[in-house]
Design a protein around this ligand. Structure first.
Ligand code: C2E
Ligand code: MG
Ligand code: MG
Ligand code: MG
Length: 291
């Protein structure tokens, strides 16, 4: 309801909204502080080759633990950072941390790929490709060890310019990945025109496997589309052996999910990789129904 506040000042009296706005501003401020004070960390979630059960790379996932707000989910702070533009600063930091870590793996004899999420606003920066190139040079990372995850919507606006950018990145040797495939406003047309290396099946389609007929149909279709176009297919959010086995039967190439591991701190991920060398394929994730 409208409440009078002194002479000629009217405002909607909505305490929830005000406190919502206030806590949002506090959260936004805390987010900037968090990066400056080292409270942000990049975690790494293994990407597993389904055929061999071997970890081939990792997706970089940003984590924030705040003294006041506790663990803040990326689902909360990434959209907030996208709205305020702070994602450009945040994303640049994640990219450099990820490149640094991939170099670290390489020097340990682990040539793993690192896959970094890139938001629309970051990708739209006119100097994005230049900065990417200089980071690779600065840290000496072979371009093929880096992948960038984009969502379909990034490619739709200013399609010509974005397509040119995608090609420039592919020319560097960096892999391009379509994230959350099938959940956006896809036109599919871009798939045949652009040098896309991988598509990631969104976890909303993986969840119902192996029983849900609709999910099975969609996942089968995405995998054959990817294969026909010469792209590799990654399934996200794999939590059970039954889901993994189903995906293996469908000839999906890679999976990510809690079945193998959640995002891990860099040190824990490296530790896991060092032990993979001597581990048997069935040391993890192999339940009674695994073959
Ligand atoms: P995404 O890129 O699609 O990442 C996958 C999300 O699924 C991650 O959530 C991951 O922790 C979660 N996940 C992985 N395996 C499983 C599983 O088996 N079961 C379930 N239920 N979930 C699983 P997270 O880390 O909370 O990130 C959410 C989203 O935030 C990401 O979705 C991505 O869009 C965004 N994000 C995270 N880090 C960054 C970043 O550094 N930059 C940008 N631009 N976005 C990021
Ligand atoms: Mg992703
Ligand atoms: Mg995804
Ligand atoms: Mg997602």
């Amino acid at each position: 309801r409208v409440k009078e506040r002194g002479r000629g000042h009217y405002s909607f009296y909505q305490p929830q909204m005000n406190s919502g706005l206030l806590s949002r501003m506090k959260l936004e401020h805390a987010m900037r502080q968090a990066l400056e004070h080292g409270r942000m960390a990049v975690y790494f979630q293994p990407q597993v080759h389904i055929g061999s059960n071997k970890i081939m790379g990792a997706e970089a996932l940003l984590r924030w633990t705040d003294p006041e707000f506790g663990v803040v989910s990326p689902a909360v702070f990434i959209p907030m950072a996208e709205e305020s533009g702070y994602i450009v600063t945040l994303g640049a930091w994640v990219l450099e941390e990820s490149i640094r870590e991939a170099v670290h793996w390489s020097t340990q004899g682990l040539p793993l790929q690192v896959s970094v999420n890139v938001s629309a606003l970051e990708f739209r920066q006119t100097d994005f490709v230049e900065r990417l190139k200089s980071l690779l040079v600065k840290h000496g990372l072979p371009a093929h060890l880096l992948e960038l995850e984009l969502t379909e919507s990034i490619l739709l606006q200013d399609a010509q310019e974005m397509a040119a950018r995608v090609r420039a990145i592919a020319d560097l040797g960096v892999g391009l990945v379509i994230d959350d495939f099938g959940t956006g406003y896809s036109s599919l047309g871009y798939l045949k025109k652009l040098p896309i290396a991988k598509i990631k099946i969104d976890q909303s389609f993986v969840r119902g496997l192996p029983h849900d007929a609709g999910d099975r149909a969609i996942v089968t279709a995405i995998i054959s589309l990817g294969q026909a176009l010469g792209m590799e297919v990654v399934a996200e959010g794999v939590e059970t052996c039954a889901q993994r086995d189903c995906l293996r039967d469908m000839h999906c190439h890679f999976f990510q999910g809690f079945l193998c591991a959640p995002g891990l701190p860099a040190e824990a991920f490296s530790e896991r990789m060092r032990s993979q060398g001597v581990a048997h394929d069935d040391d993890w994730g192999a339940g009674p129904d695994a073959t």
